[in-house]
Structures are given as C-alpha cells and as structure tokens.
Design a binder for this molecule. Structure first.
Ligand code: HEM
Length: 130
C-alpha cells in the first residue's frame, strides 16, 4: 500500500509541475487558454490528491512530522511553491514579474524534490554518505 501511495505521490508531483509549467507559459504569453475551466480546476484536483497521498504515507508509516526536519522543510517548500506560483499565474502584474516568479517556482519545486530524495532540508546539497 505504501509503495502504491509513493508511486501516486511521485506521479502526481510530475503531473503537478508539468501542468504548472504549461500554465506559467500561458501566463507569461497572456494566452486565453489560461482562463479555460479545465486550466483553472484541474490543478486543484491534482494537487489535492498529491497532498493526500503524502499525508497518507505519513499516517501509515506513523512518521513523527515535528521531529522530522525533511518533512517540515517539505511543507515549507510547498507553501513557498504555492505562493510564488500564484504570482506566476495570477498575481504578477507584468509579464517580466510572472516570468521571474515562474522560474523561481520551478526552482523551489526542484529543491523540494531534492529534499524528498535526500531526506534532508539541504536538498541536493546534502553530502553523500557511504
Ligand atoms: C512540492 C512538493 C513536493 C514534492 C516535489 C515531493 C516529491 C517527492 C518525491 C520525489 C518523493 C520520492 C522520494 C524517493 O523516492 O526517494 C517523495 C516522497 C514522499 N513525500 Fe513528497 N513531495 C512534495 C510534498 C510533500 C508533502 C506536502 C508531503 C506531506 C504531506 C510529502 C510526503 C512525502 C512522504 C511521506 C514521502 C515518502 C518518503 C519515503 O518513504 O521514501 N511530500 N516526495
């Protein structure tokens, strides 16, 4: 069960960031496609199941969230990804601001992938042991 949840979580992470990159592209290019009902609702469905799969793994493995630094860092990273993401897609006033926010959001996402794989808030910068 845990392995299936992990597969779901990782798959939805890829779906989430690919969808974000496409919407960010539309946002920077001021495309009307960004306004379609599908583009506005699908990300919420994907991100809800993405988060639920993560929470379910924490539940099943009884992970102590407050004493697991990489999990806390993931939550922080997720919040920053969402906040910067809304600047990229919605709140950024100019195309330049939305472009910079898009690049930053994808960078934060890549940082969180590193946190997840290396199980450390230092993400990709964590020294390899063994
Ligand atoms: C931007 C946000 C996130 C990204 C990019 C992300 C990505 C990943 C990836 C790539 C893995 C697989 C790591 C591996 O196989 O070595 C993973 C595992 C995991 N993630 Fe996330 N995740 C994110 C958010 C979250 C959140 C918010 C939670 C908690 C609700 C969470 C909980 C977990 C758990 C418990 C694992 C399993 C660790 C293991 O057993 O190896 N993730 N995540």
């Amino acid at each position: 069960m845990y392995a299936y949840l992990k597969l779901l979580h990782v798959t939805l992470a890829i779906v989430s960031v690919s969808g974000f990159m496409r919407r960010a592209w539309w946002s920077v290019n001021e495309s009307p496609l960004l306004k379609t009902r599908f583009a506005r609702t699908a990300p919420h469905v994907v991100d809800t199941f993405f988060l639920l799969a993560g929470i379910a793994m924490i539940w099943i493995a009884s992970l102590p969230v407050l004493s697991t630094p990489w999990l806390l860092a993931k939550f922080a990273g997720l919040v920053v990804y969402v906040l910067v993401g809304t600047v990229a897609i919605k709140r950024g006033k100019t195309r330049e601001i939305r472009l910079m926010a898009s690049i930053l959001a994808v960078g934060v996402f890549a940082w969180v992938v590193g946190i997840s794989i290396r199980k450390s808030p230092l993400s990709w910068l964590t020294p390899m042991v063994g």
